[in-house]
Design a protein around this ligand. Sequence first.
Ligand code: GLC
Length: 475
Amino acid sequence: MRVVHVASEVAPFAQSGGLADVVSGLPAAQAETHGLEVGVIVPLYRGVASRLADAGVVLDPGGPLALQVGVHSIKASLRIARVGRVRYGFVDCAALYDRPGNLYGPGGAGEWHDNHVRFGALGAAALAGAPALLGGSLDVLHCHDWQAGPAAIYARLATKPPAIVATIHNLAYRGIFPKTVMDELGLPWSTFNQHGIEFYDQVSFLKGALAAADAVTTVSPSYAQEILTPQYGEALDGFLRWDVKRLLGIVNGIDTRSWDPKTDPALPASFSRDDFANRATCRSALAQEHGLPLGDDEPLIGAIARMTGQKGLDLVAELAPELEKIGARMVVLGAGEHELETRFTYLAEKFSQHVAVRIGFDVSLARRIYGGSDLFVMPSRFEPCGLGQLYAMRYGSIPIVHAVGGLRDTVTDGSTGIQFHAPTVPALRAAIVRAVALFRDRARFTKLRRAALSRDSSWLASALEYVQLYRSLRV
Ligand code: GLC
C-alpha cells in the first residue's frame, strides 16, 4: 500500500508544534512495523536543508515540477530524502518557502499574505510528485490540518482519486481566506456551499478537506466527540455532525526511541522504569540550572506549552504567587502571546525562589524538564491530544491535567497522573495541592511514577489503527 502524508511541519526539520512530531512518528511506524510504502511531503522552508545536512540526511536535487495552481504558474522541484524507511519529498520553491520568520508568517502571530498560494502549491506539488516519490500511483492520501486542505480538495477532482484521509490536529485553526481564492486557486465553485468549502461566505481550507475526505480522524477519541458540540466545535459542529460520515479518534503516540530516558543525551543522568534512582540527579540539576532552591518534600513542577489561550498557562500564572504557601517550585518553558510572555517574565523576577521561566522553544531544555520535574501541569482549555503529558509520563513526571480531549484519554487519575475537571484557578489549585500531598507520600508516589514510566505510548497500536482505516477505505 502506498501512502503519502501531506503536512506543513515535520520534526525535527520544521516544527512549531505537536503536529510535527506526529508527522514524523506516524509515517515511520507505518513503514517500519506495518510494511507500507510511506512518503511525507512538506515544504522546504529556509533552514531545512541545513538541518537535514546536520542530521546527515542526503537531499537529492530532485526533479522539476511545473505546477499550475489556478492562475499561478509555479516552478518548483521535489527534493527527495530518505529518513529511515520513509521517503521525504521536500517541495523546493524559493519564492514561496525560502523566507525569514516562522513557518506561517514574518514573526509573532502575523501571517504571510499569500499563505493560500503557499499551501495550494503544497497540495498541487504533493499530487504531482507522489507517484515519483513512491514509485507508483497512490493508494492513500493522508492530509494533516488546514495547510494540507488543498491537497485533499484537488485530489477529489481527479478521475480516480486515492482514498483520502483528513486528520484534525486542532479544529481551532480552520485556514480561512476570502472567497476570491476560489478562482485564484482554481477551486471548484460546486464545493462553495454549506456542505463544502464555504464558511460564512468565506473559504475554510480545513472544511474543504473534511468535505473532500473519505474519512476524517482526530488525534484522540474524546476530541472526536467534543468537536460535535458547540462548546468545542469552532462553528463547525453542525457540519461535522451532518456532513462528515466517518469520524474517528485515534490517539497519538510518541517516538519512544528518540524519547527514552535511558539513552537521552540531553539528560544529566540516565534512568529507566526499572531503575530510576538516578532521576534525583536530573531533578537537582534542573533546579540548580534555574536557580531554584529545592527541599526534599517540595515537588518541582514543570510546564511546557505554547503561550496561547488553549493551553491555559494563564491559570498557572495566577497560581505562581501561591507556590510558596503550597510548598512547590516551578519551571516554565514556552513562547507565544506577548502578554503572557511578559507576565511570566515578571513573575519569575518577583518570585525568583519559586518560579523560573524560559521564553522560547528548546527541545533539549524540554527534555531536561520532563526528566527532572516531579509533576507536569497541563491545564488546557481544550486539547485535541496533547503530547506533553505523554513525554512527561515517559520520563517519570506525573501529569496534572484538565480532563479534556486527549488528556482525558491518556492520563488515568490516581494511577498515572491526576485529573481535574474545570479549567479554573480553584480546580487547578486543588489538583496541585492534591499532587503535593501525594508527592510527600513516598510509597504512593513511587508507585505512581512507576506506572507512568511503564505506560506504553509508542506508535505501535495507533499506527495499526490508521492502517486498518486505510484498508477499510480501499475498494
Ligand atoms: C496540535 C494539538 C495537540 C496535538 C498535536 C498533534 O498541536 O493542539 O493537542 O497533540 O496537534 O496531534
